[in-house]
Design a protein around this ligand. Structure first.
Ligand SMILES: Cc1cc2nc3c(=O)[nH]c(=O)nc-3n(C[C@H](O)[C@H](O)[C@H](O)COP(=O)(O)O)c2cc1C
Length: 158
């Protein structure tokens, strides 16, 4: 879904996909003060440079997947997160627990959450080829473009 968002973003904005969740070590505050691991430093740098952050994640056992929460833990109390515009997009209509938890976590971390649109394109249970077809539908491409455009407006007014 994030790849499709990147492909359908309005021409004047660039959506960069972060693919390093699996390389991040588990955050441990006891290690703070030591050298920040390279992938964590890369994440912090990318978030710092970005005008805004788009998060799309599944729900596991009514919670936010550990890998996603671990990435957010690396950003707690960092300037990178504070006041940073953020938008959530969803690929499942039923992941309501994770959605609410993620919003709560990100608000607590002082992200500026864009609440106007909750872009939701249902990909639940679809095979990769079916997902591609759904994401290529005109209405969905337009919804993605409009969601990013709305988020850009939020970033500019922020
Ligand atoms: C271990 C596991 C637990 C899941 N728990 C939930 C859940 O509690 N609620 C839900 O709506 N979907 C649940 N799902 C479905 C996922 O949210 C998601 O829709 C599906 O895994 C596809 O996304 P993925 O390929 O990125 O994991 C679960 C999936 C897995 C693998």
């Amino acid at each position: 879904m994030v790849a499709a968002l990147a492909a359908n973003a309005p021409a004047d904005c660039r959506v960069q996909v972060y693919d390093g969740l699996g390389r991040l070590p588990i955050f441990n505050p006891d290690d703070e003060g030591e050298r920040t691991p390279p992938e964590a430093a890369r994440l912090i740098e990318i978030i710092t440079r970005a005008d805004g952050v788009i998060v799309s994640c599944p729900e596991y056992a009514h919670g936010v997947p550990g890998g996603m929460k671990n990435a957010l833990d690396w950003l707690v109390s960092r300037d990178a997160a504070v006041g940073k515009p953020a938008m959530l997009v969803h690929a499942s209509p039923r992941s309501l627990y994770a959605r609410a938890a993620l919003a709560e976590v990100m608000r607590t971390m002082s992200f500026a959450l864009y609440e106007e649109t909750a872009l939701e394109i249902t990909l639940l249970g679809k095979k990769p080829a079916e997902m591609e077809a759904i994401l290529a539908e005109g209405a969905n491409r337009q919804a993605m473009r409009e969601a990013v455009q709305g988020f850009v407006g939020f970033i500019r007014s922020h």
